[in-house]
Design a protein around this ligand. Structure first.
Ligand SMILES: [Zn+2]
Length: 155
């Protein structure tokens, strides 16, 4: 397809100034949320201003990495080429234990670095407990990116 032929790899996020602390955490095996230094509320994704009190004071706090499946989808083609090979796979939205309004999008896997299509999507249940793992995935420029992914809490 013209104009689409250059996209043949999985899309890996790139750290920017605001998210750098998040990615430093994942590289060290820690899930961190940005915290407001004025009101103390956690927020995700990282952003300059607190959506609750409008303070721009912020730092990073580790969280437990436990949560529940809040929602999920099962993508099917048409998809980007790299994803077509993996479909059907799962994309889950996790509500964190600390605050159910903190939600992170990721994949449910059987082990860190495991394929994102290894779990039968028909077995995924809304509300099932999950915990974070960190998977080293090849990122831009050959650098590894430690993506937060999720495994079932019992496994
Ligand atoms: Zn605040």
């Amino acid at each position: 397809m013209p104009g689409n032929s250059g996209i043949d790899a999985l899309m890996i996020p790139v750290a920017d100034e605001e998210s750098a602390g998040f990615w430093e955490g994942t590289a060290g095996g820690e899930l961190r949320m940005q915290a407001c230094t004025a009101c103390g509320r956690l927020r995700f994704p990282p952003q300059v201003m607190c959506p609750h009190c409008r303070s721009t004071g912020r730092d990073w706090r580790p969280v437990s990495g436990s949560g529940t499946v809040w929602s999920f989808v099962v993508p099917h083609p048409p998809l980007l080429a790299a994803y077509t090979e993996l479909a059907p796979y799962n994309v889950i939205v996790v509500a964190l234990e600390e605050d159910a309004a903190l939600r992170i999008v990721g994949n449910l896997v059987t082990r860190p670095g495991g394929p994102i299509n290894e779990i039968d999507p028909a077995t995924i249940r809304i509300g099932e407990p999950v915990r974070v793992v960190f998977s080293a995935r090849p990122g831009p420029g050959g650098l590894e990116v430690f993506l937060p992914e999720w495994v079932r809490a019992q496994e």
